[in-house]
Write a protein that binds this ligand. Structure first.
Ligand code: AMP
Length: 395
């Protein structure tokens, strides 16, 4: 247990946690505290192949973590005396301030709170989780790992929106990018897997989960990414629209009479695949398509069309690419998405091998043909392990 890292990912009414050995990558225990603040709170804790549950009211994040710690204790792990090296916290927005993992002091916590204006759904919850965890584990270093940090290297032309420059400056309006921990982890694994120096590789990483984003990475440096000021921009996602004409917001305001919160809810929670066909899970989407559902077929086509547009843009911006990598729930598991995203690109040196693509595995693997000029990979992401390693290195 000694030298392991507790990774904490707090949402507004939930806390996901995992105790990780950063050396071996083994997840020692993991759990989820849900429905914080509601009468029917739930904690599911997984350790040594056994699932344990706690049901009952969980008034706040602090109590949720205390109850989770009791579940650790019930399996013989006392986190307060186990000698863990650090607690690593996922923080969504690091703004212009945080470019790397940072040991949390009261000043850092205040700054994370101040950045809530840019991430009102995420940073307040992240800060709450940090505060609660620091209270229950006061003698261990707590480290914030920011979703935006990997993208602080975006060149000016990729990070700048073409809007009034003074307004943009006054309100922090620029492209920040998200899922950075995953893009950084996966692009690093790609170089390792291929036995190449990351400095020599031009990469496109497609993180396709319930949230989805693409990145262009040149010699280890992120040079473009599809998410922007918020995680709403870019690819079609489970429930988020991705790119839209910004005029749509004004149109909905004027024509449908929706206020800003209703539009926010519409674009973040009732759009994307769910908005188009009623489901946001890719397995259900495939089932609907197989049953002949036309809305689901269209949703899939819109998803793939957008994805190909980004791959094309990044191919051009990078001036050619060595590796394209699929990761996250959809990217790691959906054979048709990978095939359709890169179909018919043989002239660009991209050839998927259907048998390799159809093979299932939890390991990094090549799915392109031996003659493909561009190597296409599937590399499982592991944000918890990445956070644990950052926290260990920083603590
Ligand atoms: P993530 O956000 O990375 O956890 O990805 C979650 C999404 O991955 C789910 O909503 C599913 O749409 C998708 N997914 C998970 N498993 C599969 C699978 N076996 N086949 C297709 N899609 C999957």
């Amino acid at each position: 247990m000694k030298d392991s890292v507790l990774v904490v990912n707090s949402g507004s009414s939930s806390v996901k946690y995992q105790l990780v050995d950063p050396e071996s990558g083994v997840a020692i225990a993991a759990g989820l505290v849900e429905r914080i603040g509601e009468p029917d709170g739930l904690i599911t804790h997984h350790h040594d192949g056994v699932d344990r549950e706690h049901r009952g009211p969980i008034p706040d994040h602090g109590e949720g973590l205390r109850l989770a710690f009791d579940m650790f204790a019930a399996t013989g792990i006392d986190l307060t005396t186990a000698g863990i090296a650090a607690v690593g916290h996922r923080v969504v927005h690091g703004g212009e301030v945080f470019h790397e993992p940072t040991v949390i002091t009261p000043e850092v916590l205040a700054e994370i709170r101040r950045l809530s204006a840019l991430a009102p759904l995420h940073n307040p919850a992240n800060a709450l989780g940090i505060e609660s965890a620091m209270r229950v584990l006061p003698s261990v270093p707590h480290v914030a790992v920011f979703d935006t940090a990997f993208f602080h290297t975006l060149p000016m032309e990729a990070r700048t929106y073409a809007v009034d420059a003074e307004i943009a400056k006054a309100h922090g309006v620029r492209r920040y990018g998200f899922h950075g921990t995953s893009h950084q982890f996966v692009s690093g694994r790609v170089a390792e897997f291929l036995g190449r120096d990351p400095g020599t590789l031009k990469q496109i990483v497609l993180h396709l989960g319930n949230g989805a984003s693409a990145s262009a990475i040149d010699g280890g440096r992120a040079v473009d990414t599809s998410m922007g000021l918020t995680p709403l921009e870019g690819l079609v996602m489970g429930t988020r629209s991705g790119d839209i004409d910004p005029g749509l917001v004004m149109h909905l305001r004027r024509s449908a009479g929706l206020d800003v919160d209703a539009i926010d809810e519409l674009l973040n929670r009732r759009s994307g695949l769910k908005g188009l066909c009623g489901v946001n899970d890719f397995r259900e989407l495939r089932r609907l398509i197989d049953d002949g559902d036309e809305d689901a077929a269209l949703a899939y086509d819109v998803y793939i069309h957008r994805l190909r547009k980004y791959v094309g843009a990044y191919l051009l911006n990078l001036g050619g690419v060595d590796v394209i990598t699929f990761t996250a729930g959809v990217g790691e598991n959906s054979v048709p998405v990978r095939a359709d995203a890169l179909a018919g690109l043989e002239r660009l040196g991209i050839e998927i091998d259907p048998d390799r693509n159809a093979r299932r595995s939890r390991e990094p693997r090549v799915i392109s043909t031996d003659s493909s000029a561009v190597t296409v990979l599937v590399v499982p992401t592991n944000e918890e392990l990445a956070i644990a390693r950052f926290a260990r290195a920083c603590a």
